[in-house]
Write a protein that binds this ligand. Structure first.
Ligand SMILES: [Zn+2]
Length: 324
């Protein structure tokens, strides 16, 4: 008689047949960098997460390096915003300064620095592209995204991650990177990025809430799965090297579909709202935070994700190492 329980009798037996594992070197830790000095500003809606000025960045970077995490994803919060998001492609912009700082320090030099490319943190209207009479312009935005990518690469970023969801941005960025001698800088495209309520806390953290309307004319409808595959296919044809699916928890089928359809490493972006829900429930004593986080993260691996972008990265790295 078949008895599935034979392989569950002991920790050693369960470990032997375990299909998926979390690895510290597959975790990507997001970091918010803000203009100013001596700042470590807690994000109210994301317990444990702060915005750091560059001089205070080593506190977080030391924790990251000591935890064994090897990649970070940078988001910038500029001092000033304007209609054209010029802070994004200013060579003295906040992300450019942060990247140069990280790469100038011996102990952080081996970190993979992924630079998120978008305009929404830098535009006064908070949209990811240029705006004219209430319309978000696609093609006019592309040169600015490309310019931002080249500027980040010039500062020393290892990977460029466009999150804007304008059509044809990957092509524009790939061409600009190549023309400027950055042929070896990979593009990690937010290809399957949905217009999601799960981004709420991030918009507090990055000061990037849209000033009018919403992002539904460029981000995807949460009801659509097949369309996500078209987005991924487009981005791969345009030159994307890595793909991000965002959010992750309510979209595990999307991760699965991408990884079964395309031979490309996929990152699950475990977004701010997913993080904050877990933190809030844990704070109330309603759930066991460690168990829940590890279960969510291994779920992404089971769905097919290779990398995991998560605000739980530091805790998860500690728990992974404890479990080894
Ligand atoms: Zn954006």
């Amino acid at each position: 008689m078949e008895r599935m329980r034979r392989l569950r009798v002991s920790p050693a037996m369960r470990s032997m047949v375990r299909e998926n594992h979390l690895r510290v070197d597959e975790l990507i830790c997001p970091i918010f960098v803000i203009e100013g000095q001596n700042l470590c500003i807690p994000v109210d809606s994301m317990p444990g997460i702060c915005q750091y000025s560059i001089d205070r960045l080593p506190e977080e970077l030391d924790r990251i390096v000591e935890a064994g995490i090897r990649s970070v994803l940078l988001f910038g919060i500029p001092a000033r915003k304007d209609e054209a998001g010029s802070g994004a492609y200013d060579d003295q912009g906040i992300v450019q300064q942060a990247v140069r700082f990280i790469k100038s320090q011996e102990k952080y030099r081996d970190l993979i620095v992924i630079a998120d490319v978008c305009l929404c943190e830098y535009t006064s209207h908070g949209h990811c592209g240029l705006v004219k009479e209430g319309i978000i312009l696609n093609d006019e935005t592309l040169p600015l995204l490309a310019r931002t990518a080249v500027s980040y690469a010039g500062a020393g970023a290892d990977i460029i991650a466009p999150s804007d969801m304008m059509d044809n941005r990957v092509k524009a960025i790939r061409e600009a990177l190549d023309e400027n001698g950055f042929v070896n800088i990979p593009i990690m495209a937010y290809s399957a990025k949905f217009a999601s309520g799960f981004y709420g806390p991030f918009r507090d953290a990055a000061h990037s809430a849209p000033g009018f309307g919403d992002r539904k004319t460029y981000q995807m409808d949460p009801a659509n799965g097949r369309e996500a595959l078209r987005e991924v296919e487009e981005d791969l044809l345009e030159g994307a090297d890595l793909i991000i699916a965002k959010p992750a928890m309510a979209y595990m089928d999307i991760i699965k579909d991408i990884t079964t359809s395309y031979n490309v490493p996929v990152a699950a972006y475990n977004v701010s709202g997913e993080y904050s829900m877990v933190k809030a429930a844990a704070k109330n004593g309603w759930i066991d935070e460690k168990k829940i986080v590890m279960e969510i993260l291994v779920g992404f691996k089971r769905a097919g994700a290779k990398m995991i972008i998560t605000y739980h990265a530091l805790d998860a790295a500690k728990w992974i190492r404890e479990g080894e």
